[in-house]
Design a protein around this ligand. Sequence first.
Ligand code: OOG
Ligand code: NI
Length: 464
Amino acid sequence: MPAQDFVSPDRIRAQFSAAMSLMYKQEVPLYGTLLELVSETNQQVLAERPQVAEALRWTGEIERLDQERHGAIRVGTAQELATIGRLFAVMGMQPVGYYDLSSAGVPVHSTAFRAVHEQALHISPFRVFTSLLRLELIDNLALRELAASILAQRQIFTPRALALIEQCEAHGGLNAADAEAFVNEALHTFRWHPQATVTAAQYQQLHDQHRLIADVVAFKGPHINHLTPRTLDIDAIQRGMPAKGIPPKAVIEGPPPRKQPILLRQTSFKALEEQVAFSDQASAGGSHTARFGEIEQRGAALTPKGRQLYDRLLDAARDALGEVPAQANAGRYMSLLSEQFQAFADDLGEMREQGLAYFRYFPTERGLAARDEAARPVTLEALIGAGHVHFAALVYEDFLPVSAAGIFQSNLGDEAQSDYGSNANRAAFEQALGASVQDELALYAESERRSLQACAQALNLPGL
Ligand code: OOG
Ligand code: NI
């Protein structure tokens, strides 16, 4: 088949993201309510804060905002992870970053599947935080074997999905009809199955070890456990949730409120209690809490220097609090956080001068008008000073391990604290995946470099 008949992976991803949103709205109606709140809030921010709208117009994020969301799944075996990686590759999603959650008492390690080029991200920024269960961290050998044998029996992909993945790999793409079929088939892997694959007693055993183990092992597939829209004002959402009947978690994860948002702020609402039929029951007699809702606000991607500062300030706030942030200490935690982050410049110009964040650079009309003048400025600083080049923060496309741990915990219930030591094992994760994960910082640096090159070219300069 000629390659021009193939649908671009970015379009397949956009279709898949929309289909997932539709499915999750049906499965978890509160997600639909949350989408309405996010959309109202975003409209209000865009209307009331023209500088926010302006910044999003420069980067093109304004066009992707309404369809921007991430999801999360947890798989049980290396084979499942490797195949999910191939499924995501059909949609142009690659594994980026390694997250160790064991140190936070969750027996998984994870990556984010997402598009990596700014043009692809512009078409669809859909990302999926994907965790692999680490049975090797469970010290109860009998339970470990039980879990492994249950997982070995399930097939989380439909035969047609597998065939279409192979076809895509063999031919280099999918045509429109096959792409549509692929989206429908892939959805099955992510949907909720009320029939468990285990007996009520087995479920209880798995659950008693760790609620997350039951969630991964006891069902037919890795149901999507949340889908997260992007808001422009997470504090407004957090305040607005109760009035819509959505109970938020106690604290917003990530940095404190700022004029210039950095990285990622997240809040979520508690998991639903869902009816489950165990394999020794004819009808739904049990229940399981798995799925929840989450909201995110994204800001500037930080350089290694900025990230180190972020990590240091976050640690200092948590140390000063002396306990895990929760309902009872939420107010104190937020003020400690704001206090610490006084040390993090809150002005884009200063953040750039101090090398704390990544940026995208754009030629301005004035710059373009002067591109052939002999006396025009030629260095980046002079071009910015003369208004020939505009800069905007490069948006963070990834996740944060401490925040992710907080999201896991709020969903698992605070009683589920376990200790797995600190067991990062990126090599084992990559071996299971059958590929290495990309370095997110290198991706941001490349994106920034491409924007400088494009600027130089547009302004008729040899380089910047
Ligand atoms: C994933 C939790 C992490 C995030 O946004 O940080 C996450 C999970 O609960 O499976 O989604
Ligand atoms: Ni999430």
